[in-house]
Design a binder for this molecule. Sequence first.
Ligand code: ATP
Length: 289
Amino acid sequence: MAMTLTLSDSAAQGTQDAPRRRPAPVGAHVAIKGLSHAYRRHDGKVLDGIDFEIKAGEVVALLGRSGCGKSTLLHMLSGLTHPSEGEVVINGNTIREPSPKWVMMFQAPSLFPWMTVAQNAALGLKFTRRNDQIAKRIPEILDLVDLGAFADRNAQELSGGQQQRVALARSLAPKPEMLLLDEPFSALDAFTRRNLQRDVRQIARDLGLTLVLVTHDVGEAVRMADRVIVLKANPGRVFEDTVITLSEEERSGGSDEFQAEHSRLMNIYSQAADAPGEATETTNDFTQI
Ligand SMILES: Nc1ncnc2c1ncn2[C@@H]1O[C@H](COP(=O)(O)OP(=O)(O)OP(=O)(O)O)[C@@H](O)[C@H]1O
């Protein structure tokens, strides 16, 4: 079942008389400027000369083969890792540390199994000392992720897909400006994965959130992203920056338009994966754990 927007404070909500309109984006604007990175225990640079911008409210996929530096780049957008060179600027400010305004979601939902769905979903608000908002916000957010009827269930009684929905609710409850997804659906079966891909895109668009996801699944990028940044490896560099022009209906798959876009992106992905690696120099002051 597709989720419907139920957040009372979202500008996305229409009335019975007016159709639902897409809101003005409240999401983060991101500028990645001259970013390079080397790890202390890794030969050469993992990322080199990365420059691109993400518009507020845009859904962007970072696509590339294993080891090309997608997760490293995502960690830098979250403030968890600092680039050896260059900077990530969000809404005009250079990022120096993590913030509840830009939250990461991982493949493992990391719930506390002995807590209820509502208690797990409330953790983001507790950590940001907004306990007074829990009573109003959590029922709204659980409805948004289609778990309204599961609020009092223990997390361990849920399926993998439902657990990811709880993790999504926990991430969304503090009203972030940007959601960063590191292959969060890869452990799920194909049917559950597709439902979540569709619903997470819809929620991000309805709320006007910026959404950045890391994937090596071309189909996931075509279904979810407005734009795909394809990376090559050794070192990680932008190989191609391409727009997905499908309508919401075409994204569900099966149409000729979807197949054509899938083939086009698969072709770019293969070329990037086959691109030869290059040796890069690092100096002593250009290393980081
Ligand atoms: N903390 C670290 N120390 C040293 N090397 C690291 C560290 N983290 C990642 N690397 C290396 O950096 C490179 C890029 O890793 P990263 O996880 O960013 O790639 P990825 O594209 O997300 O890969 P995957 O799709 O397999 O998750 C890899 O060669 C990896 O071994």
